[in-house]
Design a protein around this ligand. Structure first.
Ligand code: SF4
Ligand code: SF4
Length: 446
């Protein structure tokens, strides 16, 4: 993930060229399928989605209402494909897309949405609002109108195999250093963080932010796998669990990135890919990946949270909740919980690993987005809005009285860290894996 100003700001804020306009229209015509189109026209303007969206709740502007955002695409559709929309556009709210309105699309679809799906969950008519918004992003992406800092994150992943552009040398150095740490912590000079091992049960994929900024979360995973005695490996290339194509809207690049983890697992003859703690990485790989690739995955993919739950159930690892006595709360990443269906394993695991787990309200699939999803963390031009939209999450955390926030997603952790500072929450922020590793009892008495 990159930071810095958007170098294409001028392009995003200016009227579109006729070529861009044609590309956007062609993309919308090609990607709006029958199911979405039938949904798009059923909005009854009840306003319920507005009260679901952290952007609207923290800044009640018209442009922040989910129905407004999806309505941009609905109005375009009506202007071209309904009789009333063609002949009496004002009467039915049909709006053809013109060069001047494209900047407003960029601002609403990229700049006021984290693709969290909370509006979709609460829509009276069951409209897939966030999916429609992503289709709008797909159309803008086809015309080169992705904010540059998001686009460069996708391009870095495509060009280097990981979204941080970590070189192989850096990655191998990190693993060598972490191996020494693991040997020190376990007192076992033969303990290792395996790399490119073949015929293993698990290939462990990571968020490259871990290698760059949070290497101790990788050590935590290694320590747990060591204690459980499982057969696993890191890969030296194409190990990235993230996929920012989900956020840019570019399905072709999304498919290419999603294929790489599969190719790595096939190369190493791994039986299963473990998806490390990354909310959007889970959704992009586990659910969207086969759609983008147009075929089922060759190698099954499973969340690390399911693996941790299984290791505890099978007594392959033992934890002592007495090692975590401060009140702990749990954040549900939108792409993992609401959109990915993983809400129970992390709770089963934490109830065993900590003494005092306090739920946020609302939680599970109804939880509020932290504000960092949808590519917002990489789109520096919208940073101020992102921090403001995160106030719902900051208030949720403060209300629990927790001293530790557990977030099974490194993107969420970055946003929560910024919220922690901005809203003076005074909490520690950890992954589930780190909490388990800290509570681990190595060689428990038989
Ligand atoms: S997907 Fe989330 S951020 Fe986007 S409009 Fe819906 S509720 Fe708001
Ligand atoms: S909740 Fe659904 S039906 Fe109601 S305004 Fe929003 S999009 Fe339209």
């Amino acid at each position: 993930m990159t930071s810095g100003p958007d170098v294409n700001a001028c392009k995003l804020d200016s009227p579109a060229t006729s070529e861009q306009l044609n590309q956007i229209i062609a993309s919308l015509e090609a990607t709006l399928d029958g199911e979405l189109v039938s949904q798009i026209l059923t909005c009854v303007h009840c306003g319920l989605c507005a009260d679901s969206c952290h952007y609207f709740l923290t800044n009640p502007e018209n442009e922040a209402i989910p129905a407004y955002k999806a309505g941009l695409i609905a109005d375009f559709y009506k202007s071209r494909h309904t009789v009333a929309g063609r002949f009496f556009p004002k009467l039915v709210g049909a709006r053809p897309l013109d060069a001047g309105s494209v900047a407003a699309w960029v601002d609403s679809l990229y700049g006021r949405c984290s693709l969290c799906g909370r509006c979709t969950l609460n829509c009276t008519m069951g409209i897939g609002i966030h999916q429609i918004i992503r289709r709008g992003r797909t159309a803008l992406a086809s015309a080169g109108l992705v904010p540059s800092s998001l686009q460069s994150t996708v391009d870095t992943a495509i060009n280097s195999g990981n979204n941080m552009g970590i070189s192989k040398e850096e990655w191998l150095d990190t693993i060598a250093w972490l191996t020494e740490e693991l040997q020190g912590e376990t007192g076992d000079p033969t303990a290792e963080l395996p790399l490119d091992k073949t015929d293993v049960d698990y290939l462990y994929s990571i968020n490259p932010r871990e290698a760059k900024f949070y290497p101790l979360s990788l050590l935590a995973a290694g320590k747990i796998f060591y204690a459980a005695g499982v057969s696993w490996t890191f890969a030296s290339d194409n190990y990235d669990v993230t996929n920012y194509g989900l956020f840019s809207g570019d399905d072709e690049k999304s498919a290419l990135i999603a294929s790489r983890l599969q190719d790595t697992a096939i190369r190493l003859r791994a039986k299963t890919i473990i998806l490390g703690e990354c909310g959007h990485g889970f959704n992009a790989n586990r659910w969207e990946g086969p759609e983008w690739r147009g075929k089922p995955h060759e190698i099954p993919e499973i969340s690390i949270l399911d693996i941790l739950e299984r290791m505890l159930a099978e007594k392959k690892i033992t934890v002592d909740p007495g090692k975590h006595t401060k009140p702990v709360t749990l954040h549900d990443p939108c792409n993992l919980g609401r959109l990915g269906g993983v809400v129970d394993p992390q709770r089963v695991v934490l109830r065993q690993a900590v003494s005092n787990l306090v739920e946020m309200n609302p939680n599970r699939e109804k939880n509020f987005c932290c504000g960092g999803g949808g590519g917002q963390l990489s789109m520096t031009r919208y940073a101020e809005r992102r921090i403001k939209a995160g106030q719902m999450k900051a208030d949720q955390i403060a209300a629990t009285g927790a001293k530790v926030v557990v977030a099974p997603c490194h993107n969420c952790i970055d946003q929560l860290s910024e919220l922690n500072k901005h809203y003076k929450l005074g909490v520690d922020i950890k992954t589930v894996t780190e909490m388990v590793a800290d509570a681990l009892v190595l060689n428990p008495p038989a």
